[in-house]
Design a protein around this ligand. Structure first.
Ligand SMILES: Cc1cc2nc3c(=O)[nH]c(=O)nc-3n(C[C@H](O)[C@H](O)[C@H](O)COP(=O)(O)O)c2cc1C
Length: 182
């Protein structure tokens, strides 16, 4: 498939087919796409926890939703979560980030998340990146030490949602050539 078509088909899936599990080989290929992501100084400051055990994934789904606020009410429908933990960067990325005042690890994890969601789409799967979740509950459930941050939870499964039209700012507002916008 043409890459741009894949990008257009990927959307945040908030309704999953609860009767279909995801094949292990598909998850392995998605994780491989994440593992091969670029990162500043090749630091690879990530750890991916695949949560597919039914009881545990339901608890993780609960940790990513808040019924009272109506936040992320759909998370328990997804059969798989990929929880993205920030690991320490290597010395070159750390020094580079300090000198340039940039937190490269967040960029690295964002790129890995993009690889995961696009790889999922290429496997015919829906996904949704979640940045809103109860981090301390997530840490307890998955034995993540206090010294680590949980940055994203990416839910994956077979989509039960129609393709929506993308809502994006226009090119005229977001892109310029050879100079910053005037
Ligand atoms: C860092 C990040 C955090 C996000 N957190 C959530 C979230 O907690 N809940 C949710 O429903 N969507 C979340 N999203 C999905 C965005 O809302 C979505 O990507 C955006 O509205 C564009 O829509 P699309 O993904 O369907 O193209 C998140 C996306 C990113 C990149």
């Amino acid at each position: 498939m043409d890459f741009l078509d894949l990008v257009k088909e990927r959307q945040s899936t908030r309704k999953f087919d609860t009767n279909r599990l995801v094949e292990k080989e598909k998850i392995e290929r998605i994780i491989e796409a994440a593992r091969l992501s670029p990162s500043a100084c090749n630091a690879q400051p990530w750890h991916f926890i695949v949560v597919d055990q039914p009881e545990l994934k339901d608890k993780v789904g609960d940790a990513a939703s808040a019924k009272l606020l109506g936040m992320n009410h759909f998370t328990k429908q997804a059969p798989v979560h990929i929880v993205v933990v920030e690991e320490k960067v290597n010395i070159t990325s750390g020094i580079g980030g300090m000198v340039k005042d940039k937190h490269f690890a967040f960029v690295d994890l964002g790129i890995a998340a993009a690889h995961i969601t696009l790889a999922a789409q290429a496997e015919g799967l829906g996904s949704c990146i979640l940045g809103w979740f109860n981090e301390s509950k997530m840490k307890k459930l998955l034995n993540i030490p206090d010294s680590r941050r949980v940055i994203l939870d990416i839910i994956i499964g077979y989509s039960a949602q129609e393709l929506r039209e993308k809502k994006r700012k226009p090119v005229s507002e977001t892109v310029s050539y050879n100079s910053y916008k005037s």
